[in-house]
Ligand binder design. Structure first.
Ligand SMILES: N[C@H]1[C@H](O)[C@@H](Sc2ccccc2)[C@@H]2OC[C@H]1O2
Length: 331
């Protein structure tokens, strides 16, 4: 059974993250979760999360679900690239998103969450859509929702159609031709260690020359910005009046009044252009004349990350066939 679900920006001012409604258990409990191709744990705020760490989030209560089963002796603990983290125990239960149901999905219930989760009341947990090898459940790693659902889908794919400051969609099991223009360019995926890792064929700043290059990076719907090699972002921000790489603000900032160029990245023989407006990410604080860039250096990260700022400029196909590939189309 195929499915389709909304990807809703959690903040109307800038696209810090997107959440998608899911139901868990019997009777169904609805939570809004962050679908994250950059990790592979499905975890939720729960009745096991200390009240001091819950601030407005909806919670999953396994004790109220007749189909919940404790996965005895199993625990999990995850640390994310941005330093946030969570840990807890594990149940299996019915899990439905956009009409696609997995009847015995591992649902990881949080017993601890870090402050950055407590402070985001609109995010009630994460659905990892990376490869199941990254799952942190111990002693037996669990399968992602997509890996469990794959065999029931018409095609072993899901697609991301994220949008700038608007609601987009995740589709499961099919490719909606009305959501993109031209052709989809498919690239090989390196599945070790478990991210959707692909190689971009280069970049261009604004209407400038295309620079062929091999940029290995991960497609990560759970990361807000896009992080690329220093030489790439230096050449981009070099075109922006007043842009500086600020230790104080932790990245490239620029006068909000400055004109920004677009940014184009290669996907095989094709390319995707990120409009300048997407790269004018946000004011430092409400009303500030200083703005934070959506394109930042990856040098301190050790990995290039094509986050939402890049993904929302494209229609992206996460093809879970064997071997997996990733498809990019303009829209
Ligand atoms: N794959 C990403 C993940 O989804 C988020 S976890 C997260 C933390 C706080 C708020 C919302 C989400 C974190 O940032 C980058 C990488 O790790």
């Amino acid at each position: 059974e195929n499915g389709s679900a909304a990807a809703i920006p959690i903040d109307p001012r800038f696209d810090i993250a997107y959440v998608t409604p899911v139901t868990i258990g019997t009777p169904p409990q609805t939570l809004y979760l962050d679908f994250d191709t950059g990790s592979s744990d499905l975890w939720v705020f729960s009745s096991h999360t200390p009240e001091s760490q819950v601030r407005g989030q909806r919670i999953y209560s396994p004790e109220k679900s007749s189909t919940a089963k404790l996965l005895a002796g199993h625990t999990w603990s995850i640390l994310y690239g941005d330093g946030s983290g969570s840990l807890g125990n594990v149940y299996t239960d019915n899990f439905t998103v956009g009409g696609v149901t997995v009847t015995s999905q591992a649902v990881q219930t949080a017993q601890q969450v870090s402050y950055s989760f407590t402070s985001q009341s609109e995010i009630h947990g994460l659905v990892g859509l990376g490869f199941s090898t990254l799952n942190t459940v111990f002693p037996n790693g669990q399968l992602t929702f997509f890996d469990n659902a794959k065999s029931t889908l018409d095609s072993p794919v899901f697609t991301a159609d994220l949008k700038w400051k608007k609601e987009g969609t995740y589709d499961f099991g099919f490719i909606d031709e009305t959501k993109y223009t031209g052709e989809i360019t498919y690239l090989p995926v390196q599945t070790d260690p478990g991210y959707w890792t692909f190689t971009s064929s280069g970049y261009a700043v604004g209407d400038g020359a295309f620079h062929p290059a091999s940029i290995v990076g991960i497609a990560d719907t759970g990361t807000s910005l896009t992080y690329l090699p220093a030489e790439v972002v230096t050449s981009y921000w070099g075109q922006v009046d007043g842009a500086v790489d600020s230790d104080y603000y932790g990245g490239y900032v620029f006068p909000c009044s400055s004109k920004l160029p677009s940014f184009t990245f290669g996907v095989g023989p094709a390319n995707i252009t990120i409009p300048a407006s997407y790269i004018n990410y946000a004011q430092i604080t409400e009303g500030s004349p200083v703005c934070f860039g959506g394109l930042q250096s990856s040098s301190w990260l050790g990995v290039n990350i094509w986050g939402d700022v890049a993904l929302k400029a494209a229609f992206v196909v996460f093809n879970g066939a064997n071997p997996p590939t990733i498809g990019w189309a303009k829209k």
